[in-house]
Write a protein that binds this ligand. Sequence first.
Ligand code: CMP
Length: 139
Amino acid sequence: MSGKRTFTMIKPTAYKNNCTGQIIQKIYEGGFHIAAMKITKLSKKDAEKFYEIHAERPFYGELVDFMSSGPIVAAILEKENAVEDYRKLIGATNPAEAEKGTVRAMCGTSIGENAVHGSDSDDNAKIEGDFFFSERELH
Ligand code: CMP
């Protein structure tokens, strides 16, 4: 059984398109507890740091510009097997390939503007959650 926490962001386009409510609903229906949540906005420097793992990828500049283009919702979610189960709930990275009913199929518009981010490992969930939240913001 993998860890109990994962980290997610509702990306700028999904936030702007008023998808936040639907996404939170899916999160609850998936059996997750929302341990922390906030609306915030990444500076370009924040987005560069958050996505530094992708710095060598050709889409890095585009990703950083997009993720710092408007408000986002950051959250820490709890459930047994959180990382894997949340990735199932959100669907494939490219919304065009995401299974019907998944968050990205519902609210994503392109591979870059794919509605939400979800951590890909327990270690990254911890690093990413710590990027946004302090221990006393977790409930
Ligand atoms: P995310 O889960 O936030 O992690 C890295 C992001 O890079 C990914 O979702 C996509 O939104 C983005 N990404 C991956 N591949 C591409 C691509 N080919 N072009 C633009 N963005 C991409």
